[in-house]
Design a binder for this molecule. Structure first.
Ligand code: FCB
Length: 441
């Protein structure tokens, strides 16, 4: 049996990612709380993982004690700016404590400024549909960066603007629950304006900052390779889903299947590329979907499916995503800002982790500058409209008692972080079913 270790570069960031609304609990002043109250989610977020009540301390201990050297978290706009004219200094102090907590544990912080949730007052003004949002987001960003810059230099302006806009404004399962493709593209345009304004503001306040955003990038393939219609739909959907932000950041023009927008201020506004990778889609022509320009999508056939059939385990997809990033933006530092799988029984997670990291390692060996990996997530958290039905944590969570349950993947990830690599021995121990795929002789 071969014995080998796939090593990662020195200084590689190994961590997990979380988001305020998903872990803090008692977040009642934002659009997602309202969405939950209106009955659009399978469960309510409630106390979540109770980080606002202080349990971030024990979870950061867990992360640090198991070898992680970084953590990506988000701050909640509606807590920091509860009304248009007020700032909550206590909330900012709490976030300062959390970031100090990471520093004390020897962990690098990455701070996301917007992760899906909006203050209710902003929603009442039309949210990201309204152009007025960009200066408002900039003002909030300045306040946050001023307060937290002592503890963070790595900033993520907006998490998955494409998911926010498409699930909220086309699919309709995120707030505000619309089905309007044109409007969703306006929202992405305003998110670009907000991102660009925040990018410049952060650099003004902290010259050494590294600023980017996190894109949910989905590789896509036509369901039937030889079908011209499926191929056309694949291209339309691919550009509508993936290319809004990247096109504008490359050229100052946001391209979309329903028209282009000039956003010159967006050009060049990223210091690293934040990649959220989960899975690959197949795309086909579907007459019943005029609202999505006659395209539909699903998981590749016969794929290794996750517990809730939420995603297909396609590790080559992360390699191809990194390759696409390096072709689009040669030499830009790349950070995997999210990757993970819902799996309450921890049956798939170990192999999902091993196979994806193996592909990241391959990418690193093409000299594509991958600097870090944040697994989604540290502990089970509130998964949006899917509530508590999906369990993405390395640690499980008993929502009623707040008890954490240590899944085998905790130990596996610990060994990876400590070794700064992934070895044949580890794979043999935690996911022998993929040993031959990862270590062929
Ligand atoms: C991503 C989100 C994150 C989490 C994972 C599973 O799209 O950014 O908040 O819900 O999916």
């Amino acid at each position: 049996m071969p014995q080998a270790t796939y090593h990662f570069p020195k200084g590689f960031l190994w961590g997990t990612a979380t988001a305020s609304h998903q872990v803090e609990g008692n977040n009642t002043n934002n659009n997602w709380h309202q969405w939950e109250q209106d009955g659009h989610t399978l469960d309510k977020s409630g106390l979540a993982a109770d980080w606002w009540g202080g349990r971030w301390r024990e979870d950061f201990d867990r992360a640090a004690e198991t070898g992680q050297n970084a953590h990506r978290l988000s701050v909640e706009w509606s807590r920091i700016q509860p009304t248009p004219d007020t700032w909550d200094e206590d909330a900012l102090e709490k976030y300062r404590n959390m970031l100090r907590g990471l520093k004390d544990r020897g962990m690098t912080a990455m701070v996301t400024l917007h992760h899906f949730t909006d203050p209710l007052w902003l929603t009442e003004r039309g949210g990201w549909e309204n152009e007025e949002v960009a200066p408002l987001f900039e003002k909030y960003t300045r306040k946050v960066v001023d307060a937290l810059k002592e503890y963070a230099t790595l900033w993520c302006t907006i998490n998955e603007p494409n998911i926010y806009a498409l699930i909220g404004y086309v699919a309709g399962s995120f707030p505000p629950g619309r089905n309007d493709l044109k409007l969703s593209m306006r929202v992405i345009g305003n998110m670009l304006r907000g991102h660009a304004a925040a990018y410049r503001a952060i650099h003004q306040l902290q010259p050494e900052a590294r600023v980017g955003y996190a894109l949910h990038y989905r590789p896509m393939v036509p369901r039937t390779k030889w079908s011209p219609l499926d191929r056309l739909m694949r291209n339309i959907r691919y550009s509508g889903f993936n290319m809004g932000f990247p096109s504008a950041i490359s050229s100052g023009v946001m391209r979309s299947p329903v028209g282009n927008q000039n956003i010159p201020e967006a050009k060049g506004t990223q210091d690293y590329f934040g990649l959220n990778y989960y899975s690959v889609d197949t795309v086909w022509f579907d007459l019943k979907r005029p609202g999505e320009l006659f395209s539909n999508s699903g998981c590749p056939e016969n794929a290794d499916m996750s517990e809730n059939n939420f995603l297909a385990n396609i590790p080559e997809g992360i390699f191809n995503s990194i390759k696409w990033i390096d072709r689009t933006y040669p030499h830009i530092p790349i950070i995997i800002t999210e990757n993970g799988v819902e799996d309450s029984q921890d049956r798939m997670r170990p192999r999902y982790l091993a196979q994806h990291l193996h592909q990241v390692w391959r990418a690193v060996n093409f000299n594509w500058p991958v600097k870090g990996y944040f697994h989604w997530s540290l502990v089970d958290n509130f998964e949006w409209e899917r509530g508590w039905t999906q369990r993405f944590g390395l640690w499980g969570l008993d929502v009623d008692t707040q008890k954490r349950i240590r899944r085998p993947s905790v130990n596996f990830y610990e060994e990876i972080c400590r070794e700064n690599g992934i070895s044949s021995e580890m794979v043999q121990k935690y996911c022998p079913e993929v040993f031959e795929k990862l270590f062929p002789v």
